[in-house]
Design a protein around this ligand. Structure first.
Ligand code: NAD
Ligand code: MG
Length: 398
């Protein structure tokens, strides 16, 4: 039986992961789950899935946790803070780590899993955006297995030649006839809104994605298309493809999850209903397959599949990602940190939806990139940029 640790079990990806695992209890055990502040859901999950260990990222919620668990029949071992999360991710008992924390906060425990040679199911794209090649080197040095869970990257992984040897083929896909990676984007809730109205968008409107049910941060990122930008950076590092070989197309139905274009004119796509349990099941069972609980794609009732170019005026955040890749070094750290701060401010009604782009642009334009040297340096840069983004943000307060 494979033992799984789920970092971020109370989030959208975490809940879906528990659902897939519970469907095959002979094959997968829940060794550990972790949460930040959603103690009520964590305690519920503990009683259902009975993990051996639980991680509380935010230590200040320990008293709340103790209060809520004391009447419960089942009480697991508890580890707190970033050290606690890292020791869960690297525990000798764990075979598979689902990295489903949101934001750069997911980097440290995911790296701990990489150093310990785990199979990592990577949903937490920000970790890869921030640490880039250093992240990939840590995976290699630890002989860890990295399986992308982000639906687009999971699709590309499935469409690439010889997916079983991705790590050795990384950076050499053109020699295997790959011309280009094509990421699909739904266009989110504002694909057809008048651009002038985007200033007045509310957090609730931005979080109401037409096809996917997700956490609030990624929902806002999908609405600005910063999410697709982060995914371009993610694909660049994951597959070792240059940015000019990573294209984005709008595909409103979210059925084709991404594509690989080959030199002979073939384009291979992966399709499925928009449900994250599909990539999660793929990562858990790889190199085999398992049922995910998702209903079969009904091809006969699927009216049409549309594809169109991205309107850069409507979605200016996408180009910031290409700019960060071109600037190189620690630029992606700056873009990611700025975006986390700006999205948080938008969700707290401090800045407008359109100003998320302006904050990101200001931070990126004022940022002097450094060569990437170490994880510690990236974590320091991340903090520095968060401080300067918080200053820049004030200019846009409503
Ligand atoms: P979410 O907001 O629903 O859940 C986030 C989880 O992370 C929660 O369990 C929360 O307790 C934990 N968390 C939050 N802040 C933390 C911190 N500082 N330290 C430790 N833990 C913390 O988010 P989600 O939608 O599940 O997304 C998780 C990750 O997966 C994100 O990186 C997102 O981009 C990526 N992803 C999500 C989807 C999706 O469909 N939801 C799809 C592709 C990729
Ligand atoms: Mg995605």
């Amino acid at each position: 039986m494979k033992q799984v640790a789920i970092l971020g079990s109370t989030g959208s990806i975490g809940v879906n992961t528990l659902d897939v695992i519970a469907s095959d209890p002979d094959r997968f055990g829940v060794y550990a789950i972790t949460a930040n502040r959603n103690i009520d859901l964590l305690v519920q999950q503990i009683q259902i899935h009975k993990p051996k260990v639980v991680g509380l990222a935010d230590k200040s919620y320990f008293a709340d946790y103790q209060n809520k668990i004391k009447a419960c029949a089942y009480q697991p071992e508890v580890l707190c803070g970033s050290d606690g999360l890292a020791s869960i991710a690297s525990s000798p008992t764990v075979d598979i780590v689902m990295a489903a924390i949101v934001g750069a906060a997911g980097l440290a425990p995911t790296l701990a899993a990489a150093r310990a040679g785990k199979r990592i199911l990577l949903a937490n794209k920000e970790a890869l955006v921030v640490a880039g090649d250093l992240f990939m080197k840590t995976i290699q040095a630890g002989s860890a297995e990295l399986l992308p869970i982000d639906s687009e990257h999971n699709a590309i992984y499935q469409c690439l030649p010889d997916a079983n040897q991705t790590s050795s083929a990384r950076g050499n896909y053109h020699q295997l006839g790959v011309d280009e990676l094509v990421l699909t984007a739904s266009g989110g809730p504002f694909r057809n809104w008048p651009i002038a109205d985007l200033k007045e968008v509310t957090p609730e409107q931005a979080c109401a994605h037409p096809n996917w049910v997700m956490g609030r941060k990624i929902s806002v990122d999908s609405a600005t298309m910063m999410n697709k930008g982060l995914e371009v950076i993610e694909a660049h590092h994951l597959f070792g493809m240059s940015a000019d070989k990573i294209q984005v197309v709008i595909h409103p139905q979210s059925i084709v999850h991404s594509m690989v274009r080959y030199s002979d004119g073939s384009v291979i796509a992966q399709m499925g209903n928009p449900d994250m349990r599909i990539p999660i099941a793929y990562g858990l069972a790889w190199p085999n397959r398992m049922p995910s609980g998702v209903k079969a794609l009904d091809l006969q009732s699927m009216a049409q599949l549309d594809f169109s170019a991205v309107d850069a005026k409507r979605f200016p955040c996408l180009n910031l990602a290409y700019q960060a890749i071109a600037n190189g070094g620690t630029s992606s750290v700056a873009l990611n940190a700025a975006n986390e701060i700006a999205v948080d401010a938008f969700l707290n009604h401090q800045i407008s939806f359109s100003d998320i782009y302006h904050v990101n642009l200001d931070v990126l334009n004022n940022y002097i990139a450094q060569a990437m040297q170490s994880i510690e340096q990236l974590q320091e840069e991340d903090l520095i940029v968060r401080q300067s983004a918080t200053q820049i943000l004030r200019k846009y307060y409503r």
